[in-house]
Design a protein around this ligand. Sequence first.
Ligand code: FES
Length: 117
Amino acid sequence: MTEPDPPLFYKCHIFVCCNKRPDGHPRGSCAARGSEKLRDYMKARMKELRVPQSRVNSAGCLERCEFGPALVIYPEGVWYQARTNADIDEILDTHILHGGRVARLMLTEHDVPPPKA
Ligand code: FES
């Protein structure tokens, strides 16, 4: 019998890919698509909204570069592609505050990078 997991430290833990590749890289990168500003905006809004037990962290490459700017929300493990502050607002309002999903921005099991050559 295994020990039960400890309670979640963060009830909402968001990782925003801020990986940056050189200009012209074939895969591009989330930072090149503006993810750092989106992360900053999301952090600021989360603070304003006072979401308890939550954190927004920068992440290195999450390996879904082609679908970036990519972010993932745990513990649900739901991924989104957010391009604008309005996208972030919609994710915060619908997903974080109301437990819903923003279907138009969600990455699915079909959103996978092309196989490596
Ligand atoms: S650069 Fe963001 S997922 Fe790879």
